[in-house]
Each structure stands twice: as structure tokens, then as C-alpha cells.
Design a protein around this ligand. Structure first.
Ligand code: SAH
Length: 360
């Protein structure tokens, strides 16, 4: 088994190289090449001795999985499958989306944290096959590595990430894989690693309230989105089993506590599902929660999942629902459906690929 490169601190890499007979300064040279110049293959790192390149190739894993499949949608959404070492798939999506930071359209990478999902939300494709396993720290990070652009600056090639934001909204429940999530985000964020700004990273959760309380206590610098989808327990527990364990009277105070220490505006995600959560009474309940949390509401028309019966409300109902938020002065966006032609909602591409494989 090769060692997971991105889980190593500079000091750990130093010590490992020293005990393998290499000079100490090489560790910093490798760190700079990987994290600053974004060269993810040791044989391409300039000025490294051949012997060291061979040692790194043999002993370290620089990408814990690889991209396969690419479906172009009409609207600039690119959805990929990421194949892990054990042959399992997760998905990652490169899309153009309004930034949580300033609302400007930016390239955003959506990554996964688990193979499958144990949350069992009734409308979601990811949970249909149940939960398989957590991704490791290096598997979470590796999903971002293929998305690089090269720029020629006065004859010097600079390599940068192609995306400006990361959203942890792919397959899985990030807070159910908390330790690996935190490790991975700190590799993205840490100044001596990728130095990717915390305000450009958003984590989305179905509402694991005890983790939110912990995050409020220990500090969590990244943005948070909560998949609310129901503004009353009655609606929410019909579609999200997590609401039994953490009902709104626990989730809302936990979110409030989190928002106070985090200091950034929370986003509440609200999928509009026909005749489930789209009544005007629902909208008025949603207004109350949004005001209490000073949250931004992201209204998303439900993206049809093949084997499920849920539907999105008609456009006129969606705008009428949004108008109630608008009239109440609640910050909100009504998302134009993105990438629905390439199954861009959570888990759908993986599910389809697995089904095709089964019928082959
Ligand atoms: N487990 C996390 C993150 C993954 S899902 C969470 O629950 O937030 C990312 C978002 O896509 C969630 O808000 C989820 O509820 C939503 N989603 C899942 N299936 C969808 C569908 N068919 N149409 C629209 N959004 C969907």
C-alpha cells in the first residue's frame, strides 16, 4: 500500500525522506511543486534527482482515484465519475454557479465524501443503494486534482485550479465523515498547502445537529448550507429520516449557535417538490426560520429521479412561493435548474452507471 501524500504534513514528509536517505530540504521542494505549482506527478517535478522521483512514485499515492466519463450538458455543467482504487464510483461536477460569497457566477467544483449515503432522504438518488463507505482524506482531495488550467505568464507556465469555489454537495453526508472531511478541507485551506480561501468552500449537510453544535464549539471556518427541504417537522420527517433524530427544535438552535460563531450567512437549501412542501403555508414557515437564522434561501426545483415518484411544481407555483419570501424581505434565489439533462442532482449519474453495468 502506498502512503497517501496529501495526508502528510511537511514535517512528516521530512522525517520520511530523511529515514529513506534523502536530504531534508527535498520535502519543501516537493511540497512547493505539488501545492504551489500543482504538479501532481513526482516524475514531472523539475530538479528532483531520478532516485527520489522513483522513490516517491513507488511509495506515495498522488491521486487516490481517477476521472472517468464526461457528459457535456447544454448549460456548461460537466459531470464526471471518479473511480476509486476499489472500483467504486463517486461523482464530481464542474458547474457555473452563483458564488455564496458575492453572488457572481463562478466555476464551482462539487465533490463527494462517501460512497452511497446512509441518510436515506426519500427524494434523493444517492441513498437508493444505501451506504457503502466513507471516502478517505486523500480521496476527497483527489477529486479536485484533474481540474487544472495552465497559463503562460511571460514564458513561465503557471498551473491553477480551474474552479474558484468548492461545494461539498456530491454523494454522501459530509458531516457523517467528519474527521476525513475536516482533514481534507484543511489541506485545501492551509496556507502551506493549497491556500484555498475558507469563504470559497461550502459544506452542505442534511442537518446532523450534534455535529453543528460541535462545530460551533470547536470552530469551523467554512461556509455551511443546510438541506432543510421542509419548514415543519410534519413535512420534513416525511422526506428526511434524519428529522426523527434531529427534529427542527434541535436543528434550528444548533444552526443558530453555529451561525453566531462562524460569522458567515448560512444557506438553507429548499427543494421544491410538488404537493409535498410547496404550499404558501410552507413558504410562511420557511420565512420564520430564515429570519431567525438570518439565512439565505436557495430554492431548487426538484430534479426528477427515474425510479421515484416526486415531481417539481409548475413554474408559476415556484415563482409564487419565491414571492412570499421576497415580500417578507428574505434573501433568496430561485435556481434555474442546472444540468438536469445530465442527471446533475446528487447521485443520479452513479446510479445510472451502476444500473447499466448490471444489465450489461
Ligand atoms: N448530504 C448532503 C450533501 C449532498 S446532496 C446534504 O444533504 O446536504 C446536495 C443537495 O442536493 C442537497 O440539498 C440534496 O437534498 C439535494 N438533492 C438531492 N436529490 C435531489 C434532486 N433529485 N433534485 C434536487 N436536489 C436534490
Amino acid at each position: 500500500m502506498k502512503a497517501p501524500f496529501y495526508s502528510y504534513s511537511l514535517e512528516e514528509l521530512c522525517n520520511t525522506l530523511l529515514s529513506a536517505g534523502f536530504e531534508k530540504f527535498r520535502a519543501k521542494q516537493i511540497f512547493d511543486a505539488v501545492y504551489k505549482n500543482k504538479i501532481f506527478s513526482p516524475d514531472l517535478i523539475p530538479a528532483l534527482p531520478k532516485k527520489l522521483k522513483a522513490y516517491l512514485l513507488e511509495n506515495f499515492e498522488f491521486s487516490a482515484g481517477k476521472l472517468v466519463g464526461n457528459r457535456e450538458a447544454f448549460d456548461e455543467t460537466r459531470k464526471y465519475l471518479f473511480e476509486l482504487e476499489d472500483g467504486k464510483f463517486v461523482e464530481c461536477v464542474l458547474l457555473e454557479a452563483p458564488s455564496d460569497d458575492d453572488g457572481k457566477i463562478r466555476k464551482t467544483l462539487c465533490i463527494s465524501t462517501q460512497v452511497g449515503c446512509a441518510s436515506g432522504c426519500k427524494f434523493c438518488a444517492s441513498g437508493l443503494r444505501g451506504f457503502f463507505r466513507n471516502l478517505t482524506c486523500d480521496e476527497i482531495i483527489s477529486q479536485a486534482l484533474p481540474f487544472i488550467k495552465e497559463e503562460n505568464r511571460n514564458g513561465k507556465i503557471e498551473r491553477k485550479f480551474e474552479f474558484e469555489n468548492i461545494v461539498v454537495m456530491g454523494m454522501g453526508e459530509p458531516l457523517a465523515n467528519y474527521d476525513n472531511l475536516l482533514k481534507a478541507l484543511s489541506v485545501f485551506n492551509s496556507p502551506d498547502k493549497f491556500a484555498f480561501g475558507a469563504r470559497r468552500i461550502t459544506v452542505s449537510t442534511c442537518g446532523i445537529a450534534d455535529k453543528l453544535e460541535l462545530m460551533a464549539e470547536t470552530g469551523f471556518p467554512f461556509r455551511l448550507a443546510i438541506s432543510l427541504h421542509g419548514a415543519t417537522n410534519q413535512v420534513r420527517e416525511k422526506i428526511m429520516p434524519i428529522n426523527k433524530k434531529f427534529p427542527l427544535e434541535r436543528l434550528i438552535p444548533a444552526s443558530e449557535k453555529f451561525a453566531k460563531t462562524n460569522g458567515r450567512m448560512i444557506t438553507l437549501e429548499y427543494i421544491l417538490i410538488k404537493e409535498v412542501n410547496d404550499s404558501f403555508a410552507d413558504a410562511r414557515e420557511l420565512v420564520k426560520i430564515a429570519k431567525r437564522l438570518h439565512a439565505h434561501i436557495n430554492l431548487i426545483p426538484y430534479n426528477k429521479v427515474e425510479s421515484l415518484d416526486w415531481e417539481r411544481p409548475q413554474a408559476s407555483r415556484r415563482t409564487a412561493f419565491a414571492k412570499i419570501l421576497k415580500d417578507a424581505g428574505v434573501s433568496h434565489t430561485l435556481r434555474r435548474e442546472k444540468g438536469s439533462d445530465i442527471d446533475a442532482a446528487c447521485g443520479q449519474l452513479v446510479l445510472r452507471t451502476e444500473k447499466t453495468k448490471e444489465t450489461e
